[in-house]
Design a protein around this ligand. Structure first.
Ligand code: NAD
Length: 498
């Protein structure tokens, strides 16, 4: 073990995460005192008990959030004041960078280097960015006749329920919290039962930064208990959901069964990565594909898991892809040089291994990886896995695997590539590799996806919307567009002359 990883292990050993709820500015146990055990994917051992929030706890959190919204303790503050608080919060997140990064890694298995370099700074940046934006957003006056004045204003919506997944626990929470809180709403956040700790710590830092108690509450618990209670609550005005398409469907049903709350779904993906034979650098394409799929153990909604490669460059692409895969062999997540960590839990690992067996049974061939490794640790590690000979109608090409598994699908010409790329129920992201400018634009325009990358895959910024077409969702996180989700549009007419 390196000195660096020894010190992270020592810090992990002395850490006691607090899994209690955060309601009205305070840590509390669940109303009925129940907890569930949260184990670490690094070794399968108990991390800490977590409060098992249920309907009564969600109701207490929503009532606190509603009271905070009603007395305008946050919504009534000038945008400039909310900006300062969000900026302070971002600074506190950065000051707690190592603690939050360690919690994130122990909770969901990603490498500590990534938690430190990506997850925590991106979270702070998101909170600060929405804070900085909010006192620069103007309302509108409609171009009506001289006799009247019509104001079009945006108002905070009220109480937002945020339900988020476990793959980027901090970042997914921040993508909801930044715009919702900047706009003046109150929030009840339900983190995933698989990764609850950093959200709870984030709430403590929010209050320390000056977010008034009751404005931001966190109720950990299971989806069918705490999650459903939030989605069905009559006092919740909107649900910002990120997770699977299956549960996104349930969110819409919950809204229909309750108060028709707004539902913004950010769901799954099966993104296509299209490499033409005129790509300037086929090896660079292979490196980018491996990085995009194997980063975060393949547990990324936008991972381009369908690699469509023009037949004549397939051998060169495959050779480079296999070379690259070696860099992602799973290692100790607490070692700073590790590039791939553990899958989030035993259930996710068996789902991923199940898909690997399914791919073989359907006739695809494993060109790299395919096995569970590091079993001696007690953790949930799976090799980066490359399938070749994949057809787009195979299950491994149609369903989201959410693990380090990709499939290579050959194609003959541009029309076939576009048809294959679009032949999916999902439409989150896509990538096209070509040196022809007209082809790049033509294919980008034809691809039915919320984001299209040209000759790269890893550009990302808080300034651009993130979300999908088709069953990948109906909303957009990030950018100023996200503010639309958490505000109501009001028209105010004034007669000013006869
Ligand atoms: P999931 O749908 O199982 O769970 C997401 C959240 O919903 C969790 O907090 C869970 O507890 C909760 N939940 C589960 N059942 C519920 C119910 N009946 N009522 C209310 N809440 C419920 O998804 P997951 O496994 O946590 O995350 C992986 C999924 O998230 C993948 O499909 C991935 O593509 C998607 N994702 C999408 C984006 C995006 O921006 N489009 C980003 C990250 C992850």
């Amino acid at each position: 073990m390196s000195t660096q990883s020894t010190s992270w292990h020592a810090r992990a050993a002395s850490l006691t995460p607090d899994g209690r709820l955060f309601i009205n500015g305070e840590r509390v146990a669940a109303a009925d005192g129940q907890t569930f055990a949260k184990h670490s994917p690094l070794n399968g051992q108990l991390l800490a008990p977590v409060a098992r929030g249920q309907a009564a706890d969600v109701d207490a959190a929503v009532r606190a959030a509603r009271a905070a919204f009603a007395d305008r303790r946050w919504a009534g503050q000038p945008p400039r004041a909310r900006k300062k608080v969000l900026q302070r919060w971002a600074e506190l997140v950065l000051a707690a960078r190592e603690e939050l990064a360690l919690l994130e890694t122990l909770d969901m298995g990603k490498p500590i280097a990534h938690s430190l370099a990506v997850d925590v700074p991106a979270t702070a940046n998101c909170l600060a960015w929405y804070g900085e934006a909010i006192d620069k957003v103007y309302d509108e006056i409609a171009p009506t006749a001289d006799t009247a004045l019509a104001l079009i204003t945006r108002e905070a919506m009220g109480v937002i329920g945020a339900i988020v997944p476990w793959n980027y626990p901090l970042i997914m929470a921040a993508w909801k919290l930044g715009p919702a809180l900047a706009a003046g709403n109150s929030v009840v956040l339900k983190p995933s039962e698989k990764s609850p700790f950093t959200a709870l710590r984030l709430a403590e830092l929010a209050v320390q930064a000056g977010v008034p108690p009751g404005v931001f509450n966190v109720v950990p618990g299971y989806g069918q208990e705490a999650g459903e209670a939030l989605a069905l609550h009559m006092e919740v005005d909107a649900i910002g959901f990120t997770g699977s398409t299956r549960i996104g469907r349930r969110m819409l049903a919950c809204a229909a069964e309750s108060n028709l709350k707004r539902v913004y779904n950010e769901l799954g993906g099966k993104s296509a990565f299209v490499v033409f034979n005129d790509a300037k650098d086929v090896e660079a394409a292979a490196r980018a594909a491996a990085g995009a799929v194997f980063y975060n153990q393949g547990e990324s909604c936008n991972a381009p898991t369908r690699l469509l490669v023009q037949q004549d460059v397939l051998p060169a692409f495959m050779a480079a892809l296999q070379d690259e895969a070696h860099k992602y062999l799973p290692g100790d997540p607490l070692n700073q040089s590790t590039e791939m960590g553990a899958l989030v839990d035993a259930g996710q690992m068996s789902t991923v291994l199940g898909y690997i067996h399914q791919g073989q049974a359907e006739g695809a061939h494993i060109a790299f990886g395919g096995r569970r490794v590091r079993t001696e640790t007690g953790g949930y590690f799976v090799e980066p896995t490359i399938f070749e000979g994949v057809r787009n109608d195979m299950k491994i090409a149609r369903e989201e695997i959410f693990g380090p598994v990709l499939g290579v699908i050959p194609f003959a010409n541009e029309a076939e590539a576009v048809a294959l790329a679009n032949d999916s129920v999902y439409g989150l992201q896509a990538s096209v590799w070509t040196s022809q400018l007209d082809r790049a634009h033509r294919v980008a325009r034809a691809l039915r996806a919320g984001t299209v990358h040209v000759n790269q895959y890893d550009e990302d910024d808080i300034t651009v919307p993130f979300g999908g077409y088709k069953q990948s969702g109906n909303g957009r996180d990030k950018s100023l567009h996200a503010l639309d989700k958490y505000t109501e549009l009001k028209t105010t007419w004034l007669r000013i002359s006869d």
